[in-house]
Write a protein that binds this ligand. Structure first.
Ligand SMILES: Nc1ncnc2c1ncn2[C@@H]1O[C@H](COP(=O)(O)OP(=O)(O)O)[C@@H](O)[C@H]1O
Ligand SMILES: [Mg+2]
Length: 232
């Protein structure tokens, strides 16, 4: 479902610094997989996720997602391509002057879904992350963990094929982070492919999922349902 073939991202072609995001990555991820990308800060995890969602384009190599060769997607097709994904990032935060319900409603309106569907799907998505009771409150009334759960609900409300999260448990206490990981697991169980970049190695180990370790822009190890850090 996701295939990267010899993908390299060099951020600044003209500089002498050789700012490589990732180098020569070849990788295959099947539909329904749960994958952790781990590695130190600066390893290339975010670059890899951004290449997959086509936030950035590779300097060389091919990326194919859901049978689409990304280099052939035009600007006009990009919004449709992005519908494959539920992207969880704090960079796209909640609108503070809208309720939780309205925040989710907005992303559903973008895809022109009928009101009936919207009314059905929002409580469902909030139920999945366990905060249905917060449907009509404003973000300011939510804890950090609850806010994150709303971001998760917003990411899944349009039934994406792939959910992508970059450092989802950063700034959360261990218990909340664990709670969040279990919700990712529930989302994955429904058939959604889950891609998570993180350096929360303790949680990753417990989850027993596929773990791809990145170092200096390259894949150091790729372990299925294994322990974090084992080198192939
Ligand atoms: N927009 C950018 N411009 C230049 N260099 C970048 C940019 N984004 C990331 N990099 C560089 O690419 C490398 C990988 O970064 P990143 O993918 O953010 O790593 P991670 O998410 O694992 O911390 C780092 O050396 C970083 O400095
Ligand atoms: Mg990062």
């Amino acid at each position: 479902m996701i295939h990267l073939e010899k993908v390299t991202k060099q951020y600044d072609n003209n500089s002498y610094t050789d700012e490589f995001g990732v180098k020569n990555i070849t990788l295959e991820i099947d539909s329904g997989e749960f994958v952790f990308f781990v590695g130190k800060s600066g390893a290339g995890k975010s670059t890899l996720l951004k290449l997959i969602t086509k936030d950035i384009n590779p300097t060389s190599g091919d990326i194919c997602v859901s049978n689409l060769l990304l280099s052939q997607l035009g600007q006009k097709q990009l919004p449709y391509y992005r519908r494959i994904f539920g992207i969880i990032t704090k960079e796209i935060g909640l609108l503070e002057n809208k309720t939780v319900y309205e925040n989710l409603e907005l992303v559903m309106r973008v895809t022109q879904q009928p009101t009936k569907t919207i009314k059905e799907k929002i409580p469902k998505a909030l139920g999945l992350v366990g905060i249905k009771q917060k449907m009509y409150v404003y973000p300011s009334e939510l804890s950090e963990g609850e806010r994150f759960k709303v971001l998760m609900a917003r990411a899944v409300v349009n039934n994406p094929l792939i959910v992508v999260a970059d450092e989802p448990t950063a700034n959360l206490d261990y218990e909340t982070a664990w709670d969040i990981m279990n919700i990712f697991n529930d989302i994955n169980k429904l058939g959604t492919t889950v891609l998570i970049a993180t350096h929360a190695t303790q949680l990753v180990t417990v989850m027993k999922k596929r773990v791809i370790t990145i170092r200096d822009g390259r894949i150091l190890s790729d372990v299925t349902k294994g322990k974090y850090g084992r080198v192939l």
